[in-house]
Design a protein around this ligand. Structure first.
Ligand SMILES: CSCC[C@H](N)C(=O)N[C@@H](C)C(=O)N[C@@H](C)C(=O)O
Length: 353
């Protein structure tokens, strides 16, 4: 299990490797992963050799008792820093260089003059890449909800409705189900399909359009992520050709997902197929990413990634092709890496074109 308790043990090993005695955790997703506290933007965690303390303020006194196994100190800075200071005197304390603001660092330097502050990157993020069984259950539930909502909304995607109409139908159903949208819903129709992140606009969907819908649910803090590109009426032969190429690339990359595979090699599988179809330049982003407490997290499935897939990782596979003035296609599935391969968590049908 990779819940808060076990993650703390693994984190201490990482801190030893990094040459620090403690870590000041400020990244909200990391605070939640280590403490279980579900309002992590208003919390910090100090992890030392001997223990870990959750710091938050009096708005959350009851909530932290309900949610976190860690001892909590309820205060606001500078009292927070003063509480931690005596135990840190003379130590090397890591901080999260990718989330702590310059002002936050200045405050720590002022509050802990006897401490050597050491910038660290991605230490807790690396531990979050492999999900616990409970996290897998939560992400699976988020994706099941997203699949249900997409199935309800698919018949509503037709000529005459706007992209915003589609997004509204998705978002309202997610809210009614006790979830929320994982990110600004992407509905990109016709020529707007050339925008990989074309958030729903007032454009009226027309006969012959391809419509890319990229959506996810956030349920109890965990995300899902899935994209389908659907046809309205009869798209042109060129759009169908692009669709089939992306579908081929997606299927091949999905089939290659298993433990031990290098993320960069997976990216190359999809990119190679799209390049063979003359669409290499049109594939304007990475193949995919991990999903969990954040929509985008480790592992990164890109050509420069050094990540290697492990059982328990949850990743997207999402090749796309974007042609300015014409439109675009993206097909994205959410996968769990298993001991002997993978399980596709996203169940919405991928249409034939
Ligand atoms: C702003 S959240 C958008 C989520 C969307 N499903 C998504 O992941 N889109 C990808 C094209 C993307 O943004 N990929 C990133 C990791 C990239 O290539 O840098």
């Amino acid at each position: 299990m990779t819940g808060p308790e076990n993650r703390l043990d693994a984190l201490r090993d990482e801190l030893t490797r990094a040459g620090v005695d403690a870590l000041w955790v400020s990244d909200p997703a990391n605070v939640r992963a280590l403490s279980g506290f579900t309002s992590p933007a208003d919390g910090k965690v100090l992890v030392t050799r001997q223990g870990a303390t959750l710091y938050t303020d009096a708005r959350y006194t009851v909530q932290v008792e309900q949610e976190s196994p860690l001892p909590a100190f309820i205060a606001r800075p500078p009292a927070t820093y003063d509480h931690a200071a005596p135990g840190l005197e003379g130590l090397r304390v890591g901080f999260e260089a990718d989330s702590l603001t310059v002002a936050g660092l200045e405050d720590l330097q002022a509050a802990w003059p006897g401490v050597t502050l050491v910038p660290l990157r991605g230490v807790v993020q690396g531990l979050r890449a492999v999900k616990s069984p409970e996290e897998i259950r939560q992400i699976r539930a988020a994706q099941a909800l997203a699949d249900r909502v997409f199935g309800e909304v698919r018949p509503l995607i037709r000529a005459g409705v706007t992209e915003q109409d589609v997004a509204y139908e998705i978002e309202s159903r997610l809210l009614r189900a006790g979830a929320e949208s994982a990110f600004g819903i992407i509905v990109a129709s016709g020529p707007r399909g050339a925008l990989p992140h074309g958030h729903a606009s007032g454009r009226v969907i027309e006969d012959g359009d391809l419509v890319t819908v990229d959506m996810g649910a956030r349920l109890d803090g965990y995300h899902s992520d899935m994209t389908r590109t659907v046809a309205v009426g009869n798209p042109s032969e060129e759009l169908r050709r692009i669709y089939r190429a992306v579908r081929e690339a997606e299927g091949a990359a999905v089939a290659a997902v298993k433990p031990g595979v290098r993320a960069a090699d997976l990216d190359a599988v999809a990119r190679g197929i799209l390049t063979a179809h003359g669409l290499g330049e049109a594939f304007a982003h990475s193949l995919g990413h991990g999903v969990g407490l954040e929509v985008h997290e480790r592992p990164g499935l890109r050509s420069t990634s050094e990540d290697v897939l492990e059982p328990g990782m949850i990743v997207t596979i999402e090749p796309g092709a974007y042609v300015p003035g014409l439109g675009g296609v993206r097909i994205e599935d959410l996968l769990l890496v298993t001991e002997d391969g993978h399980e596709v968590l996203s169940r919405s049908p991928i249409e034939e074109l």
